[in-house]
Design a protein around this ligand. Structure first.
Ligand SMILES: *Cc1c(COP(=O)(O)O)cnc(C)c1O
Ligand SMILES: [Zn+2]
Length: 421
């Protein structure tokens, strides 16, 4: 069996062959990829990983596909940046930013799509499809182009201009739907039954797709010198990434790659305008009540998160918390990260940074912990969110006179004489 993996129901534990199946036909529970960790621990070592490519595919032994030529645009092995200036601002001892903005299509979704389409191609699919809040659309269209597959991508019609263009340019079929993401996703579930020959990355091959997120945990641990951090802050849309980051750390323990993995605490990050998981966490209930999203963080705007229940479970089990931040705080978070660390994140990154601030302020994050914040999408994708907040300091004529009239220079300090317009 490819990489010793099979599918297992998260509810009743029944096992299935690794095909395009995402729910248990016995109890309708979601299926998750399971591995023979004993066998894997003999096969994989730090040295075998370190000898691999400088991409997420260095962890292929821990992924559910065995393919010498995966569908790969170069996702992963992104920088883990020591964020000393932001740490000082927050009063933290050791803070790291996982900079996933630098992935091929500008978001962490390249990790999950690279796995999903590699698996889909192996299973014989010729068409890649998805419902998306934007970043998945970009990534599916790009990876399908690279693989020579057809793509059909469905998005809510109100997405940011960059996310629409960055999908359409790859030449697949892009369908804008008048409705929320949850409406689009429901339509996709119907289309999956109508078109069983299409690989819907977030539906029928979702179990494989989800495994791609584990590489975030693997990379963080390897980049910290094979050490699992104390606390990780993860943005939540469907909740898949958060649950798989935990699974990734656990697997590092199960395969003997890292000795101590159980101390890691995982906190979620949501926008107040779409915070079903944060709300359930705050109200000490296991029930995730669906909401109608209203936030500038469109990439996280899933009102009825498929893995919300499991994400909440991980947060509670590990002793984490869950941020819920306003649109104003999201924009301040984007600017704070840019100003202190030189990293420009999209609105989802603003959610992570603002939640990090909130979790430090309310004592969930201890200042002595080694903290990692997941910055999952590039700022160029959502530039319109900053309209009116940042821009030129001043506009001048191309003369020295005009420069002197509009700018005060004292030593190395340069200021516009008037407030920016
Ligand atoms: C999709 C996405 C996430 C998280 O997605 P999950 O559905 O929770 O796995 C986080 N950040 C960005 C930028 C995304 O596009
Ligand atoms: Zn089951």
């Amino acid at each position: 069996m490819a990489n010793l993996s099979l599918l297992r129901c998260r509810e009743c534990g029944r096992e299935f062959e690794p095909i395009a199946l995402h729910v248990c036909d016995f109890c309708f529970g979601p299926l998750e990829v399971a591995y023979d960790y004993e066998a894997l621990s003999k096969k994989v070592s730090r040295a075998s990983i370190e000898a691999g490519p400088r991409s997420m595919w260095r962890y292929q032994d821990l992924l559910p596909v065995d393919d010498a030529h995966p569908v790969d645009l170069g996702a992963g092995f992104t920088p883990l940046v020591k964020a000393d200036r932001l740490a000082a601002h927050l009063g933290l001892r050791e803070l790291w930013i996982k900079n996933d903005t630098v992935n091929p299509t500008g978001s962490f979704k390249d990790r999950v799509v690279s796995v999903a389409l590699t698996k889909a191609r192996q299973l014989g699919f010729k068409v890649a499809a998805c419902a998306s809040t934007g970043n998945l659309a970009n990534s599916v269209a790009a990876h399908a182009a690279k693989a020579g597959m057809e793509s059909i991508v469905l998005i809510p019609s109100n997405l940011e201009a960059a996310k629409i263009m960055m999908t359409a340019v790859y030449g697949g079929t892009l369908v804008a739907v008048d409705g929320t993401y949850d409406d689009v996703n429901r339509l996709c579930a119907e289309l999956t039954s109508e078109h069983p020959s299409w690989a819907f990355v977030n539906v029928n091959v979702r179990s494989y797709y989800a495994e791609g997120s584990k590489t975030l945990a693997f990379e963080v641990a390897e980049q910290l010198g094979w050490r699992v951090p104390d606390h990780v802050v993860v943005p939540i849309a469907s909740g898949s990434q958060l649950t798989k980051i935990k699974k990734g750390f656990t697997e590092l323990g199960l395969t003997g790659l890292v000795d101590e993995v159980d101390h890691v605490r995982i906190s979620g990050a949501q926008a107040a305008g779409c915070s079903p998981v944060a709300t359930a966490f705050k109200e000490h209930t296991e029930e995730i009540r669906p909401v109608k999203p209203d936030t500038i963080a469109k990439s996280l705007a899933i009102g009825n998160p498929a893995d919300g229940y499991y994400a909440l479970g991980v947060i509670n089990a590990t002793g984490g918390g869950c941020g819920s931040v306003t649109d104003e705080e999201i924009l301040e978070g984007i600017q704070l990260l840019a100003r202190t660390e030189g990293i420009f994140a999209e609105t989802a990154g603003g959610v992570t940074i603002a939640s990090l601030c909130q979790l430090v302020a309310n004592g969930t994050i201890n200042p002595d912990e080694t903290v990692v914040a997941m910055i999952t999408g590039h700022g160029l994708k959502t530039v319109e969110s900053l309209t009116g907040r940042v821009g030129p300091s001043t506009t001048i004529a191309p003369t020295l006179e005009s420069f002197d009239a509009h700018l005060e220079v004292e030593g190395d300090l340069i200021r516009a004489t008037k407030e920016p317009r």
